[in-house]
Write a protein that binds this ligand. Structure first.
Ligand code: C5J
Length: 228
């Protein structure tokens, strides 16, 4: 078992039953000129996540931890997008409309894919999800079960929407979740702060919170043990 200093208490995990989950690090949310910015958001706030997350991803790969990427998006005919979701947001830039990086949040489009800095490599799992949570209408539960994963190191965007929804879904399904604070991002500083507090409040009601430095140090120890 590996132990990480975390809030509200130290977090222990077994690297062999742990997955690193990267939620929706997609161009549509993170690139200047993309969908996220078209909604009036400052993407610079999300982009602060990229460097620390690249560090955690490299450490996870070196330690042989299972890596799972998710992408929020829809089929080209939008048959998997509820009309209620389609109606939300900016009327001139809706899901399925033509955006700067292709049709917005449509599978197969450039903007729907993961940013170059964190692109999946061979052997990593990519889960396409139509909702905010990574368990809803996806194969994630089956994938985790098949690999005997019990613990999730959760990263990605946005903290209060897809990260929170996924952590809540995972918590209800019995997974232990550690959210890596500087590897999750929100367009709203207030939501970032409160979103993280809500995870670890009341004795880890949804999970634990730690910084990337602590996670990388723990993963590096695992790597050293594996390669010794
Ligand atoms: C949003 C997400 N915010 N990945 N998606 O619509 O959090």
């Amino acid at each position: 078992m590996t132990e990480i200093p975390a809030t509200p208490s130290p977090f222990t995990f077994d690297p062999t039953t742990t997955a690193l989950v990267l939620i929706d690090m997609q161009r549509d949310f993170l690139l200047p000129g993309g969908f996220g910015e078209s909604l009036g958001n400052d993407v610079a706030l999300l982009r602060t996540v990229i460097d620390p997350l690249a560090g955690v991803l490299a450490a996870a790969r070196a330690a042989g931890i299972t890596v799972i990427h998710t992408r929020e998006g829809h089929l080209p005919d939008l048959s998997d997008c509820p009309p209620s979701k389609l109606r939300r947001g900016n009327p001139s830039q809706r899901i399925g409309d033509q955006g700067r990086f292709g049709r917005i949040l449509i599978r197969g489009e450039y903007g729907h894919d993961i940013i170059d800095e964190l692109a999946p490599i061979d052997g990593e799992i990519v889960i396409d999800k139509p909702g905010k949570g990574a368990f809803y209408a996806t194969e994630l539960a089956a994938v985790l079960h098949r690999q005997s994963i019990t613990t999730l190191l959760v990263t990605g965007v946005t903290t209060e929407v897809c990260v929170h929804t996924t952590v809540r879904e995972a918590n209800d399904r019995g997974y232990e979740c550690l959210v890596i604070a500087d590897c999750v991002g929100s367009y709203f500083p207030e939501f970032q702060r409160v979103g993280l507090s809500m995870i670890s409040a009341q004795g880890a009601i949804f999970g634990w919170v730690a910084d990337s430095a602590a996670v990388i140090a723990a993963l590096d120890t695992t790597t050293a043990t594996v390669t010794a």
